[in-house]
Design a protein around this ligand. Sequence first.
Ligand SMILES: Nc1ncnc2c1ncn2[C@@H]1O[C@H](COP(=O)(O)OP(=O)(O)OP(=O)(O)O)[C@@H](O)[C@H]1O
Length: 217
Amino acid sequence: MIRTRALGFSHPGGPRLRFADVDVAAGGTLLLRGASGSGKSTWLALAAGLLTPGEGTIEVAGQSVGALRGAARDAWRGATVGVLPQRLHLSADLSVADNLALAYRAAGLPVDRRAIDELLVALDIETLRERRPSALSGGQAQRVALARALLRRPALLLADEPTASLDDAACAQALALLRETAQRVGATLVIATHDARALAMFHGAAVLALEPVGVSA
Ligand SMILES: Nc1ncnc2c1ncn2[C@@H]1O[C@H](COP(=O)(O)OP(=O)(O)OP(=O)(O)O)[C@@H](O)[C@H]1O
């Protein structure tokens, strides 16, 4: 489902990042592990087609992501990839339900109210549907962002440091939810983390260990 070969990238003025090859089967889980600055967010951005590989290739569901351009890449991303970002980017002036509806509108698609309702129930946040983001706890807001990532039933779900600010109980709950919801939609799951608790919970999953990047690299 995900296949990388000799993948590498350099941000302008940043270090040369080179990533070991990975092969992840459909429905599998990959943990991206590495210290701060080792390139986890960059790898996720390459998988989502938000960056173009500087070296090598990344294929997602048989599609070479770097081969897509412009609007075709945007359409591919919208149909294929769900992202749970580190910063959730919920719209402060919109209710939970309208934040989810916005995901359709932003893609130029008709709003699927039934899919929204189903996800609110599945993630146990249906009672929050009229709340504004400022009235949500951190964990609740993360569930809303997860619902948004899953609305279009992505084949690939990318989560960037989903447990960074959570206590142990909330961490275990968030990871279990990620695993369950990815399974529910049949998505391949990639979690970028330097959290030992996540590594323990996904014991047995594929791990891509990123090399630390020296300041002078
Ligand atoms: N826009 C940018 N311009 C220049 N350098 C960048 C840029 N974005 C990232 N970098 C550099 O690329 C390297 C990898 O960054 P990246 O954000 O992918 O790491 P990370 O492992 O996700 O870090 P963190 O865990 O702190 O989020 C770092 O050295 C960073 O300073």
